[in-house]
Design a protein. Sequence first.
Length: 134
Amino acid sequence: MLYCVLLCMNIILTVPCKCFLIWYSPAIQEKRVATVQCLSGTGSLRVGAEFLAKHYHQYFTPDQWEQIRQLMTSKALLPFFDSAYQGFASGNLDADAQSIRMFVADGGECLAAQSYAKNMGLYGERVGALSIVT
Ligand SMILES: Cc1ncc(COP(=O)(O)O)c(C=O)c1O
């Protein structure tokens, strides 16, 4: 039984990357692909989003946000904000929303995912919202 599980895990973890890439892809040959089993597509998206949030998250100053906004606008990129703990960064709800408001102020479009699971006195209630601004 253990062997079967190990064999299945091996198949589960090697087939997907060889399916969207190809076995002789340089990325596979050079061992630059890491694959984890996830709970279907939604679970995969969640794990990917957590990876991005953990490794690429950084705080920007308002000036830097303005540069990012101008760059994204010039390249017609659609921003997708991931906002959690609003109010916890600066101690001020409005200040922590400044970047999103900056993008929307000049008619910009965006998506904004918000978690209220750890603020607004809703600790642990898993309250969230997705807003799409057109
Ligand atoms: C930036 C960011 N986005 C999303 C989440 C996930 O929010 P939730 O725990 O409400 O699912 C977190 C959680 O810590 C987070 O820090």
